[in-house]
Design a protein around this ligand. Structure first.
Ligand code: NAP
Length: 242
């Protein structure tokens, strides 16, 4: 049984990916900042459906905590880098601390986690790494300057690693969601005026659901995905080409 580690899988898109990979037959390692009821309930749900799930927790803004997490990871065949930190602040008001927290979580921790799992993938001659990016790589939101830049940096790293790891049977890709209705944006989208503006910016005319991102991740992580590497795939109802 192969093992898939999905960061930020207690809720939202990461949860949908974890459920999908568990039903695809992977043992999944679930992750969140804390061992919340969300994550414990998800582990129970997966096990009740006959799957295998474990939990690890760490705040990925804190690089020491990421280092401790890296030490715990063994035999990871599939790594999905889904957790992120996102601050909505006008760019002239961003502090250096805000910058580092977002860069640490969205880029530096991603690199550290890849470093931690890649030797097992190389030994196995098989591995899958999927970064979760954002439509903001193509359409940056003015109040999320560092967030969108951190996602673009992560995708640049994905492209470089896809070339460096191609001969090892390891594929590296990015899935970039558009507006997916999760805890992250529920509050912002509760403002009808803002919600209309957002919906009007999506060619298909509606928000996505977390499950909309899970199918493509499942494909990329399967043997059928072996010839897809170095790609960024938008799951955004057409927003990136708008
Ligand atoms: P979400 O519902 O807010 O869930 C965030 C997940 O990440 C939770 O599991 C949370 O753990 C974990 N997390 C948050 N901060 C963390 C930190 N500092 N260290 C470790 N884990 C942390 O998020 P989502 O909307 O599903 O987004 C998932 C991914 O898709 C993110 O990379 C996001 O940037 C990307 N994305 C989302 C959208 C969207 O519209 N939703 C659009 C574009 C891209 P806890 O439960 O323990 O807090």
């Amino acid at each position: 049984m192969k093992t898939a580690f999905i960061t930020g899988s207690s809720r939202g898109i990461g949860k949908a990916i974890a459920l999908r990979l568990a039903s695809d037959g992977y043992r999944v390692i679930l992750h969140g900042v804390n061992e919340s009821n969300h994550i414990k309930n998800l582990k129970t749900e997966i096990e009740q459906n006959g799957g295998k799930a474990d939990i690890v927790c760490a705040d990925l803004c804190d690089l020491e905590a990421t280092g401790v997490l890296c030490e715990k990871l063994e035999n990871v065949d599939v790594l999905v880098l889904n957790a992120s930190t996102q601050y909505r602040i006008p760019w002239q008001k961003i502090t250096v601390k805000d910058c580092y927290e977002q860069l640490n979580c969205n880029f530096v921790s991603s690199m550290m986690l890849i470093q931690a799992v890649v030797s097992h993938m190389k030994d196995a001659g098989w591995g899958r790494i999927v970064t979760i990016g954002s439509v903001q790589e193509a359409k940056p939101h003015p109040d999320m300057l560092v967030y969108s830049a951190s996602k673009a940096a992560q995708t640049n790293m994905m492209q470089s690693l896809s070339l460096q790891l191609a001969k090892d049977g390891i594929t590296v890709n990015n899935v970039a969601p558009g507006v997916i209705y999760t805890d992250r944006n529920i509050e912002a989208l509760s403002d009808p005026e803002y919600a209309k503006k957002v919906t009007d910016s999506i060619p298909v005319g509606f928000y996505g659901a977390p499950g909309d991102c899970a199918g493509i991740v499942s494909l990329l992580c399967s043997d059928e995905g072996r010839y897809i590497t170095g790609q960024s795939i938008y799951v955004d109802g057409g927003k990136s080409v708008q």
